[in-house]
Design a protein around this ligand. Sequence first.
Ligand SMILES: Nc1ncnc2c1ncn2[C@@H]1O[C@H](COP(=O)(O)OP(=O)(O)OP(=O)(O)O)[C@@H](O)[C@H]1O
Ligand SMILES: [Mg+2]
Length: 495
Amino acid sequence: MTATQPGLVGRDQPIAELQALVAAALASRGGLVTLTGEAGIGKTTLAAAAADHAEALGATVVWGACWEGAPPFWPWLEVLAALGAEVDLQADGQGGDRLRPPSAAAARFERFAAISGALLAATGALVVVLDDLHWADPASVELAAFHARRVRRSRQLLVATYRDVEVAPGDPLAGPLSRLAAEGATLPLGGLDAGQVAVVLAGITGGDPDPELGAGVRRRTGGNPFLVHQVARLLAAHPDAATVPGGAREAIRRRLAALGDPCVRLLEAASVLGPDLRPAVLARMTGQPAGATLALLGEAAAARVLVGPAGELGPWRFAHDLFREVLYGQLDPAGRARLHLAAAEALEGLRDGGADVRPAELAGHYLRAADQAGSSRRRPRPGPWTAASRPPWPPRPSWPTRTRPATTGRRCPWPSGPGSRCRPSGGPGCWPGWARRCAARATPLAPARPSGRPSTWPGATRPARPWPGPPSACTPSGWSRAPTPPTWPACCGRR
Ligand SMILES: Nc1ncnc2c1ncn2[C@@H]1O[C@H](COP(=O)(O)OP(=O)(O)OP(=O)(O)O)[C@@H](O)[C@H]1O
Ligand SMILES: [Mg+2]
C-alpha cells in the first residue's frame, strides 16, 4: 500500500497509520481502526488498500458490507460465511445460568460472544473489514465494539468505515458508533488538496496535471475524490461543461435529504446568494427571526453542508460549491426569480439601514430575477402565492399589475449604449422592477414625462435615492461562476 498505488492519490498520512496498524496486528497487537468521512471521500478505497497490504503480508481478509434494509447482523453473517464459520444465532440467553430467567441482554451477550469467539478461533492473521456501518443495525455495531475489545492480544485487525456526517445525534446508531470509535484509532478523511485533485483529473482526462484546473475543481468539490471523478469524467466528455454531473448530484441530494425541510428551504434561499452567506440577508429574505435563521444555519453546518464563519461576523459558506449548485438547480425558474428578487430587496433593506452593500451584488440579483422570470414566461410576483409555491415565510404585499412607466422616453441608466431608451413599462418585455430602478436614475430625454414612482408601487414611501448604477459591463462581481449568465433587462433595450 503506497501513495503511488494506481488510482490512489495522496493520503500519505492515513496510509502510514494503516500500515503501522497492520504491522502491529501481525505482531499479535491487534485492534480496531475506524475510517470516517462523507460519502465518496475514499473510506472504502483506503480500507481496500489496507486489506491488500495485509493480504500481501500473508493475512486473511474478509469483508462484511452493510446495506440499507438488510436483516440484523448482516455484515457479520457475511464475515462468518466468508470464514466458513458456523454460529447459532438463535441463542436465547439460557445457555449459562439456567436458574435465572432469560433476558434480552443475556441473549444478546451470548450471541456476541458466539460470533466474536468464532472469529477469534480463526487461525493466522485476519483482517475483517466492516464497510458502510452507517447502514448497519445498531446490534451489529455494538458487536463490532465488543469484538474490538477482544482482539487486542490477537493477530486480528478490525477495519470499520462509516459516513459520520450522515449519523445525526438522535440517530439510533449514534451511540453505538461513538462507542465503537472509542475502542480504537479513528482516521477522519478530508478532501484532497488542489495539487492532488489536479493529479486525479489528469489521470482521467489525460495530459499533465493543471494546477489552475485543480484549484478550480477543488473549490467546487471540496476535494471529495468521488466528486472529483464525476467532474473529471464530465470534463473528459465535454471540456467546456459547466454543470454538475448526475452522480455528484445524487451524492449531494442524499446529504441534503438528511436535513429538515425548513433547513433545506433556507439553503435554497441561500443558494441564490453566491458562495458567501450573511445571516442578516437570509433572515430578511425569509422573514424569519435572526435566532431561527442561525439555528437552521447551525443545522446545516452540523451536517457539514455549510461551514460556519471564521470570526464572529464573518460570512458562512457552502462546504462545497456543488451544494449550492445542486440547490439552485432544483429550483424552478419562477422560484429562482422570486428568491433573487427577495435577495435584492433584503440587500436594499440592509443598505437603507446603513449596511455596506455592493451595487454589483444588488444589480446581479435584479438581473437574474429578470432573466429567470423571462425563463418562466411570467413575471415573478411575490403574491398572491399559490399553494404549490407558498414560501415558508410570510409573503410580501402583492405588486401592482398595471403601472404607468416612469421611464418611458428616458435614457436608460444601464450601460446599454448611447441613446438607448427604456421600453414602456407594462409594454412587451419590460418589468416593473427594472422600470423602478431605471426611473430613479434615468436621464430625461426631451420631452420628459413626469418622473417619480407611482404611488401604488411598493417602496413608494421610501425617500428617493439615486440608483448607484450597475458595475462595469453590468456583470455581477464576487461570483466566480454564475449559475446562469446574466442577461440585459428587457427594459434597457440594448441596441
Ligand atoms: N485517494 C484517492 N485518489 C483517487 N481516487 C480516489 C481516492 N479515494 C477515493 N477515490 C475514488 O473516489 C471514489 C469514491 O471512493 P470510495 O468509494 O472509497 O468512497 P467512500 O468514502 O467509501 O464512499 P461511500 O461513503 O459512498 O461508501 C472511488 O471511485 C475511488 O476510486
Ligand atoms: Mg464506501
